[in-house]
Design a protein around this ligand. Structure first.
Ligand code: UT7
Length: 333
């Protein structure tokens, strides 16, 4: 038998405070109409003072474990752009707080593609017999990176976490994950960046300029790359899986912008009605966006057993990645 990673549980966690577009418009030169029409976002969640990414990761991880019916795994992976600290990684504290001291735990850094990279890594650990069960969490407090004066990024991103449990299983059973497609293009590193705080800036001999500690994005160019890369990667993974576009029951893309998701669906040939969208409720939560969307679509009954699901993501780096899976029978917790 080929050992394959199989989805065994899903969960998510949002901070309590939802922030509406109108609330942002009080301090930024923007409007609910602009944000909704250009991005599809109606609100996002911002973590309160005293919260860290690990808090959201623990919340999502605990729910995914409960859903899967297991209390321990062999590895915990946290995909994040906003770790609790620059050093150490966030995954070990998350594992310990979930009662798993001694478990392998490390972070995955691929910005908004991080969760798909994490899934592929976890699937590799399982098929190589390094692990039987892996908890993969995407968690962000992206609000901590936002320049409060930059309306083009402040309205897009939000905080949250989503998680899945993978177990070893059979390629033919519902929940089987893969194949994958992963890619990157470092020539585009300036398009999505936090310029200050790393070795490049610290060893430059130049003090950072005002605002360089914040996230910056060339929105228009990123939009174009996002559509092109997610479309290409989705087509590649469909060909690897031997699926046609019309075989896909749900496209769960990184919730970057509702217009981006629509263009990707059109170009791949998937009806827009088959796109899972939760960006209106949570905004763009970077590495957390795909597992949050999966959990929300599972909770509301959109994703049903045996359906064919296509995941695709794009983010800073530039990075991109896609995967396919069939949806398993899962508890709702
Ligand atoms: O998750 C990682 C990957 N990220 C993404 O995929 C995001 C990709 N990019 C986008 O989603 C879009 O480019 C944005 C939502 C960031 C911007 O939308 P856009 O339609 O590309 O707008 P734009 O940047 O071309 O700006 C159009 C106008 C500009 O005004 P002028 O120059 O035409 O007078 C902006 O200054 O809209 C203005 N603008 C805003 N107006 C009101 C930019 N942000 C805002 C805002 N409110 N929040």
């Amino acid at each position: 038998m080929n050992r394959t990673a199989v989805l065994a549980g899903v969960g998510s966690c949002l901070p309590p405070k939802a922030v509406s577009n109108d609330e942002l418009a009080v301090r930024l030169d923007t409007s609910d109409e602009w944000i909704r029409s250009r991005t599809g976002i109606g609100q996002r969640y911002f973590a309160a003072q005293g919260t860290a990414t690990s808090d959201l990761a623990v919340g999502a991880g605990a729910k995914a474990l409960k859903c899967s019916g297991v209390s321990a795994v062999d590895a915990v992976l946290v995909a994040t752009t906003t770790p609790d600290r620059p050093c150490p990684a966030t995954a070990p504290t998350v594992a310990s707080r979930l009662g798993m001291t001694g478990t392998a735990a490390y972070d995955v850094s691929a910005v908004c593609t991080g969760f798909v990279y994490g899934l592929a890594t976890a699937a590799g650990l399982i098929s190589a017999e390094v692990a039987d069960r892996v908890l993969v969490i995407g968690a962000e407090t992206f609000s901590t990176l936002l320049n409060p004066e930059d309306r083009s990024t402040s309205v897009i991103f939000g905080d949250g976490a989503g998680a899945v449990v993978l177990r070893s299983g059979d390629p033919e059973e519902p929940g089987a994950l893969g194949p994958f497609d992963l890619g990157s293009d470092g020539e585009g590193e300036e398009l999505i960046t936090v310029p200050a705080g790393g070795s490049r800036q610290r060893l430059s001999g130049v003090e950072p300029k005002a605002g360089e500690q914040y996230f910056a994005m060339s929105g228009k160019e990123v939009f174009r790359h996002a559509v092109q890369r997610m479309t290409g990667s989705a087509q590649t993974v469909l060909a690897r899986a031997g699926w046609r576009a019309q075989d896909v029951d749900h496209l769960v893309s990184h919730q970057a912008n509702r217009r981006i998701t629509g263009h990707v669906a059109d170009q791949v040939g998937i009806p827009r009605a088959r796109c899972v969208n939760n960006i209106a409720a949570v905004g763009n939560t970077a590495a957390a966006s795909i597992p949050l969307a999966l959990d929300h679509a599972h909770a509301d009954g959109t994703l049903r057993p045996a359906q064919r699901i296509l995941l695709t993501a794009f983010g800073g780096g530039l990075t991109w990645g896609s995967a396919v899976l069939t949806w398993p029978q899962l508890d709702r917790v």
